[in-house]
Write a protein that binds this ligand. Structure first.
Ligand SMILES: [Zn+2]
Length: 315
């Protein structure tokens, strides 16, 4: 990807497009609120709550006919149209459109609880109502970098994927292990590594040295990249789930820690497919660990909607 060779010229140190613009999108800011004590006493009164959160995320490598859909605040959506790049067979910024796209959804979301519940979406379409989601008409591929993986970590991931798939109807495909490291400027199209398709979702067990945002109380980070084709709807094409290897090792060593670790991974994978935090401690999408160890009504309602996105073969 020759276009990234000019990053030394970026004033912020971020990689840029060839014209120097920073193709940046923001999922949300870290949530700084602290958890009420009653929210976590059920599982570990001796431990402070663990923040499950997301971070400002930068992606590079989108250009040409595609648009990075950026979220500026928790509700407002802005679309940044990048300068046109000449898409050629040897220097493209996106894969051939519609890779693996079927004529209809591959699965069916679970019916949401009848009374709904509190949920928020990470990004909305231009109508301000419809959430941006993964394309249900093609599989969501993922790879895992197994370095630093705690004992049982692989099962936490496969369990979370199975749960998210069962609720959303999205079909995930495990593409196995990768040696791709986590990066704050991950390139979403890496044909040399992954071929002519969007890079799969990357799941990593990070050290704090390689991901300083996994500070003392932050156990995981996750989010996805939305793009759109011209005036078309935004659709997630790839994403990241970064889990703090040392914290998970410690959590798994506690009495009851398995359920807490599972809950954190579920929370992060819900971010991956498009759920945002809610200020409601009865939901798993509350930003910090609590007595809630599985998806609650609001979470399920949001996930069901995220499985009912439109097919977007144009990307
Ligand atoms: Zn979170």
């Amino acid at each position: 990807m020759r276009q990234h060779d000019d990053r030394a010229h970026a004033p912020t140190g971020l990689r840029t497009s060839p014209t120097g613009r920073v193709p940046q999108w923001v999922l949300d800011e870290s949530v700084g609120r602290t958890s009420p004590a009653e929210a976590w006493r059920a599982w570990t009164p001796a431990q402070p709550p663990v923040r499950r959160t997301r971070k400002r995320r930068t992606w590079t490598g989108i250009g040409g006919a595609l648009v990075v859909v950026a979220i500026v605040a928790s509700a407002a959506v802005a679309v940044e149209l990048l300068p046109g790049l000449e898409a050629t067979a040897t220097d493209r910024t996106a894969p051939t459109a519609g890779i693996e796209a079927a004529g209809g959804p591959l699965g069916t979301p679970l019916a949401p609880p009848p009374d709904g519940g509190t949920h928020q979406f990470a990004q909305l379409q231009d109508d301000g109502v419809t959430p941006i989601a993964y394309d249900p008409c093609r599989p969501v591929h993922y790879v895992v970098r197994p370095d630093n993986e705690p004992v049982g970590g692989d099962l936490l991931i496969t369990d979370a994927v199975a749960q998210i798939s069962a609720i959303t109807g999205l079909q995930f495909v495990d593409d196995g292990a990768t040696d791709e490291p986590p990066s704050d400027q991950r390139v979403p199209f890496q044909p040399e590594r992954y071929g002519d398709r969007w890079a799969p979702v990357l799941v990593t067990w990070d050290t704090v040295a390689e991901q300083p945002d996994l500070a003392a109380e932050v156990a995981g980070l996750a989010g996805s990249l939305a793009v759109s084709s011209g005036e078309g709807p935004g659709v997630y094409v790839t994403g990241l789930v970064e889990l703090d290897a040392a914290q998970f090792t410690e959590i798994l060593s506690r009495p009851g820690g398995q359920a807490v670790a599972r809950a954190i991974v579920l929370h992060e994978f819900a971010h991956l497919v498009g759920l945002d935090h809610v200020d409601d401690p009865t939901q798993l999408m509350y930003p910090t660990t609590s007595a809630v160890l599985d998806f609650a009504a609001g979470d399920l309602t949001g996930l069901s909607r995220l499985g009912a996105g439109g097919c977007v073969p144009a990307v």
